[in-house]
Ligand binder design. Structure first.
Ligand code: FES
Ligand code: FES
Length: 201
């Protein structure tokens, strides 16, 4: 049974994958332990438990973070997305599909973290964030080409002890290409509809 709130325990409500969960936690409980031990969301993995391997990567308000270094109480009020929340029903997220199609894993232990990290990384890149290997970091230069070096650098916080890096890089590149294609199609559709609407006015 969950302990009652005291000076060292608090009742918090976490929003995970669109669902709200109210639980009482020790203030020292990490978000990783709350997800795995209290909410049974075991897709998020514990590797090093000290912020070095990336296995526990989740999204907080769309930004990637390592859940082992976040306190659960500090995640209240944020939108938490775990690997369990990426698919839309039976439809896998493009990053999940790319990892599957291109064998971006061996044992699979690092894979949930790799995929969550990739999802946010692709958005960071599309928003024009430079990395340590970006040649032209001027904002007006826009996003650099998403080369293998860029992907490796941007994904360097996610370790894979199986060494599946070659396939992981390919899978991330595929997911980024799908995202770019989807965005371009949505833009074309929006432009066409706007033109038609204006023409009809
Ligand atoms: S378990 Fe969190 S970074 Fe390794
Ligand atoms: S697939 Fe085994 S640790 Fe990455």
């Amino acid at each position: 049974m969950a302990p009652a709130p005291t000076s060292t325990y608090s009742s918090i409500t976490l929003s995970v994958n669109g669902d709200k969960h109210t639980l009482t936690v020790d203030h020292r409980t990490t978000l990783l332990d709350a997800l795995r031990e209290r909410l049974d969301l075991t897709g998020t993995k514990k590797g090093c438990d000290q912020g070095q391997c990336g296995a526990c990567t989740v999204l907080l308000d769309g930004r990637r973070t390592v859940a082992c270094l976040q306190l659960a109480v500090a995640a209240e009020g944020r939108a938490i997305t775990t690997i369990e929340g990426l698919a839309e029903g039976e439809q896998l997220h493009p990053a999940q599909q790319a990892f599957l199609d291109l064998d971006g894993y061996q044992c699979g232990y690092c894979t949930p973290g790799q995929i969550c990290s990739a999802v946010a990384m692709i958005e960071e890149h599309a928003a024009g964030w430079p990395s340590a290997v970006t040649d032209d970091v001027r904002p007006e230069a826009g996003p650099p080409p998403l080369t293998a070096d860029e992907i490796r650098e941007r994904m360097s916080g996610n370790l894979c002890r199986c060494g599946a890096y070659v396939s992981i890089v390919q899978a991330v590149a595929r997911a980024a290409a799908v995202r770019a294609e989807t965005t371009a199609t949505a833009h074309t559709t929006h432009t066409t509809m706007t033109t038609q609407t204006q023409g009809a006015a």
